[in-house]
Design a protein around this ligand. Structure first.
Ligand code: ATR
Length: 272
């Protein structure tokens, strides 16, 4: 039985064990997947101990994704640019390799699960922290007409523009300065965690605008409630992204891609 785990702190509410166990069963993989609460001051030691015990791969969540990026000996190109790693594994040469599957998870949820094409769309991304940095490359690879990054601290949005502007038409804005209609608005701020909403002007959402909150919860998120009130065509939360990033990690480790639809439904029902 191959061992995998998710490392975070805190970790007790993680849905990753349930998701990966469901994948393993569906794909008939002989593996175990557990949740490990790593000490805040010794993530490296916890990872090394797990690998010494035979751990084949691990997921990394808050607050260790940047530390994982530093720890990896080899980084995928998308992890390199994301500045954060959520998936670690050993390659055949026993090097610790890191990838970031969050962005591809978001894009697959939007484009495949919900049949929405980002190509040529005007996209607004709210937030400029680690979560947003982790998803910009996969979004830009879908060839949107423009990506506007809006953040409370505009200098952080400017820094992301500098990092990503070779990949497409990206610009930074303050929330208050946002203008025009958007086809797709993605919330990557941590505001929802406090039940808050960025100060967004009206007029951004029109009848065919899709909204996506990278957060999720038992009920509708504050951002998605805002989207609904503004008359958006669709408001999605980040549960599909969570399951899709897991599926991508699973396929890196096991070489098989699990189906995600049934797992998304199961986890959704457990939330309610
Ligand atoms: P994460 O890993 O979740 O991205 P982070 O790197 O700390 O965490 O970034 C948090 C993001 O949420 C930032 O864009 C932050 O805005 P600032 O850069 O101005 O701090 C944003 N954020 C957090 N609380 C917010 C709030 N109440 N309103 C608006 N934006 C908020």
């Amino acid at each position: 039985t191959d061992r995998y785990a998710v490392f975070g702190n805190p970790i007790s509410h993680s849905k990753s064990p349930a998701i990966h166990q469901a994948f393993a069963q569906a794909c008939q993989q002989d593996m175990r997947y557990e949740a490990i609460c790593a000490p805040l001051d010794d993530f490296k030691g916890a990872v090394e101990a797990f690998i010494l015990q035979g751990g084949k791969g691990l997921n990394v969540t808050v607050p260790f994704k940047e530390e994982a990026w530093l720890l990896a000996n080899v980084r995928s190109p998308r992890a390199e640019l994301a500045g954060a790693i959520n998936t670690l594994y050993l390659n055949d040469a026993q090097q610790l390799c890191g990838d970031n599957t969050d962005g591809i998870g978001l894009v697959r949820d939007i484009c495949i699960n919900h049949h929405y094409s980002i190509s040529k769309k005007r996209v607004l991304v709210l937030g400029a922290g680690g979560a947003v940095r982790g998803v910009l490359q996969p979004i830009l690879e879908q060839s949107p007409s423009e990506v506007v990054i809006a953040n409370r601290t505009v200098s952080k949005a400017d820094a992301l523009v500098t990092l990503f502007d070779t990949l497409g038409d990206v610009r930074a804005s303050a929330f208050e300065a946002l203008e025009g209609e958007f086809d797709l608005i993605i919330n990557g701020t941590a505001a929802s965690l406090q039940g808050e909403l960025p100060p967004l002007p009206s007029g951004l959402v029109v009848g065919n605008t899709w909204c996506y909150d990278m957060m999720y919860g038992a009920g509708i998120t504050p951002f998605n409630q805002w989207a609904k009130t503004q008359g958006a065509a669709q408001q999605l939360d980040g549960l599909g992204m969570l399951v899709e990033q897991a599926a991508e990690a699973f396929s890196i480790w096991r070489g098989v891609r699990p189906a995600t639809d049934a797992v998304i439904r199961t986890i959704r029902n457990q939330l309610l």
